[in-house]
Write a protein that binds this ligand. Sequence first.
Ligand code: SAH
Length: 413
Amino acid sequence: MTTIYLKPKKEESLKRFHPWVFSGAISKVVLDAKHPGDAPEEGELVCVRSAANEPLGVGHWQVGSIAVRILAFGVEALPKDFWHERIRAAYQVREAIGLVRNQKTPNTQNDTYRLVHGEGDWLPGLIVDVYADTAVMQAHSVGMHVNRNEIAQALVDVVPQVKNVYYKSDDTLPFKANISEPKVGYLVESQKSKVESEEFWSVENGLQFRIDWLRGQKTGFFVDQRENRALVERYAKDKEVLNMFCYTGGFSLYALRGGAKTVDSVDVSQKAIDLVTVNVAKNFPKATNHTAVAADAFEYLTAQKNAGKTYDLIILDPPAFAKHRDAVKNALRGYQRINAKAIEMIRPGGILFTFSCSQAVDKEAFRLAVFSAAAQVGRKVRILHQLHQPQDHPINIYHPEGDYLKGLVLYVE
Ligand code: SAH
């Protein structure tokens, strides 16, 4: 195995279990005698050692400023059953919090959850979401791509529910990486998937969702809003609700179940809007109080405001406005603009659920953007709840970068 030696004192963060080695911390790279090239291959397993030759861990080699993502600390090689053990550890957490469906926890109300949340499950670069019998897997690093078949095997061996593993990494692998194998497709398909025949349903908190990982965004669904959707359900009774950036209608279904008077679902994607309609019809076949509109958020809000429309409860869950640190300034302006438009349309005594899933925008900055929006439109606003990502998106305490979803529930006078 290739050995990466760190400069003196650069071992400190690894000893505190931070899983990244930055390229600037490396003093030399020593290739294995049998190594084919003259540099490590992106994605290969390397052993990291301190200047004093202590083994600090084994991880995936990467090209870029993060040079190694550590998989196992303090070892010289990965244990033989490493992938099975790690997936089992991740599964045990979801079992402990009651999200899975198996003999021990026969939860009939939920079979939709995140099984692997990257660094939060000590598997940097890997995301796995489970939808009923299918696990959808995304590699964010070439190393996870290289190990994809071992991971898929571990998923079907460890998780009783999982029969199929779909790999969906076309948008997530580093675009410069030289990968010739397919980045999408089934790695395991032991049971013909129902997604093609449009008979596939996954259950979240007792609500059924058609999830389309083949054509949908991310892994097919935004599992990270489960708890926040449940909170919308609590506040929805008799309210006129706008679910802006609704995707497949997660918040809309909860609002309908909570007894909303009306729910308007808006998203720019027509495909998403088609799925909202399917999902509402499946769960509330008799509902006449739901409308789904494909429209741009800014244009929709402006047009509605000009028409004098107001709402009791608005949900704003936009896509990440800042994908990188250098985009933060513009993102904050975007958050301010969209929140100002929404706050203006809330009736006195109404509620706004507003979110940011940009990892680069921290909690304080987001709050400041929302504060600026409230001040801009001159409304009195109080914070009722501060929301975040749910339990199946654990934050590794040594890797605070994993804390990405922020939400505020505001009472607007
Ligand atoms: N709230 C959703 C997830 C939202 S993801 C849920 O609970 O599942 C963000 C959504 O914003 C995507 O569906 C995307 O299609 C939509 N979107 C992106 N830009 C938009 C725009 N300018 N106007 C309206 N929707 C937009």
